[in-house]
Design a protein around this ligand. Structure first.
Ligand code: G3D
Ligand code: MG
Length: 200
């Protein structure tokens, strides 16, 4: 009886879980963005001071409960030697956040090349893509109008998935909440194709 009740309780309180990959070059602002999202969307969560965020080696994980579901974020290291690990996570992911440093014109081409390699992977086909033009607080940064056409060159690989290019500042938090909200809706729309993680 206890097992039955416990099972029913777990069924009622456990949320469907979806995994979101946060990808992009090193220094794009992935970890800062995840901290900002957790701060904005988790009650009583006091975010880390951005000054204390260090380079991600390996994997940084975060969770947000929102709109009746659980989002598990995997913020992966962006250095070139760590990029080869990304595809180990593709099959289990439900959405991608690709972070671009809008202020770093010199590395825009490199960011686009890394993006192309990622988006062509068959395991990511059809899953929602949120492309963040980060660091919009910095003067002389590239705006969405400038960044969008660069990535639109890969439209054939992006395909018919839900896709949004959004200006944000992970540092000030501007646009962070709106991005996550859009992602939730896109993930739920796609959840008939990519089901949530199986509850244990
Ligand atoms: P990563 O996880 O993609 O490697 P981080 O990037 O989150 O570690 O951020 C790299 C640097 O960019 C950090 O600065 C961080 O404060 C800064 N950064 C991240 N997002 C923004 C933003 O929106 N605006 C500005 N101005 N800076 C941002 P440091 O100096 O610690 O290297
Ligand atoms: Mg990091």
């Amino acid at each position: 009886m206890y097992t039955l009740m416990h099972g029913f309780y777990k069924y009622m309180v456990q949320k469907d879980e979806y995994c979101v990959l946060i990808l992009g070059l090193d220094d794009a602002g992935k970890t800062t963005y995840l901290e900002a999202a957790k701060t904005k969307l988790t009650k009583n969560y006091k975010g880390m001071n951005p000054k204390h965020i260090t380079t991600t080696v390996g994997l940084n994980i975060g969770q947000i409960d929102i709109s009746g579901i659980r989002l598990s974020f995997w913020d992966l290291g962006g250095q070139s030697e760590l990029q080869s690990l990304w595809d180990k996570y593709y099959q289990e992911s439900h959405a991608i956040i690709y972070v671009v440093d809008s202020h770093d014109r010199e590395r825009m081409e490199e960011s686009k090349a890394v993006f192309d390699k990622m988006i062509c992977n068959e395991h990511l086909a059809g899953i929602p893509l949120l492309l963040l033009a980060n660091k919009q607080d910095l003067p002389d940064c590239m705006g969405v109008r400038e960044i969008k056409p660069v990535f639109q060159q890969s439209a054939i690989h992006i395909g018919r998935r839900d896709c949004l290019v959004m200006p944000v500042s992970a540092l000030t938090g501007e646009g962070v909440q709106e991005g996550i909200q859009w992602l939730v809706e896109a993930i739920l729309r796609n959840s008939v194709v990519r089901l949530p993680r199986v509850k244990d």
